[in-house]
Design a protein around this ligand. Sequence first.
Ligand code: HEM
Length: 101
Amino acid sequence: MTDKIVTHAELKANNTKEKTWLLLHGKVYDATAFAEEHPGGDDAIYAVAGRDSTEEFEDAGHSKDARDLLEEMLVGTIEASRPHIGALSTAPHSSPNWAAR
Ligand code: HEM
């Protein structure tokens, strides 16, 4: 288990073959070592590296075995998304936590 919080900037930076991170259902996974063994091809992994790939992952209809594999690749949880601007937000304008990253 890990309670590491991964920032969007960190996720986005790890979109290479040397460091391949994926965001699935709010959790960040390190698929660097796994990519070349992926039954769906390494290209499928590299194509979605560094971003939210939940939709692609679910569209492929992965098995429970595939989901179990994810456990050992877990890096942490993605930070909270930026607030919806103007959507009845009471957050102070002076210190949005998504700015300056
Ligand atoms: C780290 C994340 C992923 C893991 C651990 C993973 C694991 C697997 C595994 C074990 C299989 C074999 C079939 C099964 O057990 O379901 C598989 C097949 C497949 N995966 Fe993934 N996968 C990942 C991400 C993705 C992504 C992001 C995509 C699409 C962009 C994708 C597309 C596919 C496809 C199309 C197949 C079917 C290949 C075939 O049967 O010819 N996978 N994956």
